[in-house]
Design a protein around this ligand. Sequence first.
Ligand code: GLP
Length: 252
Amino acid sequence: MRVVVEKDYEAMSRCATDLVQKAIEKDPQCLVRFPGGDTPVGMLREFVSRVNSGMIDPTGVKFVQLDDWVGIGPQDEGSCSHFVNTQLLTPMHRPFADKFLFDGSRIAAIDCQLKEQDAFIRRYGPIAVEVLGIGMNGHLGFNENGVDFSLRSHRTPLSAVTKAVQKKYFGGRELPLAEGITQGIAQIMESELVILLASGVQKAEIVFKAITGQVTNELPASILQKHPNCIWLLDQDAAGLLPRELVEMKNP
Ligand code: GLP
């Protein structure tokens, strides 16, 4: 596990895109996964810009979504599929070769979509590069506190912390969302490269605990200590509590 610290959010986002670009250059047919949330917005902007300027060729690459809310779909602002469409897929002038997105509003078909996602990953996988954010409770995707680390794609109740945080994605509105769909920790651990992005002082404490504490399913991101090729890519604020000797400072 490496912990790389960039001076700010923009530098962190560029560095993440560099790593993704390198993985795509190594295998232009590879499978990639990027998260939702606020943290990856800069990386996605940079990724789209490099696609549109011809620096990155996405036309052999496959894309699979990480997680979503049960009850809302691509038509709903604040859903992860809406985010992926508006921040990534629509602005890209050249599309990915194939993609898998959830539709959380098709509630009767959730189990079927989870099977389809697993099949999509089996078909194109392993995931060459998996970019993740971290929740305020240490969740990865919607792998919430207490998650079974052996699960693959699954449906899960949302934790109290996630329910409290979620309104930031919906313009401050409280939606009655109680469940999520997510890829599982087993699939994250099978990815060839994991990049965990975290930015801002509000993430400093959970980042510190996940990197320096015991590996426990009560803090799901701690499992990344056991991943053979994981990079924690942080800005200085998110890295603020980490001991200096643990981190590689880039362009301080
Ligand atoms: C959200 C999503 C995750 C995301 C994490 C952090 O609830 N389920 O996929 O990575 O929490 O989000 P943010 O980047 O907005 O802090």
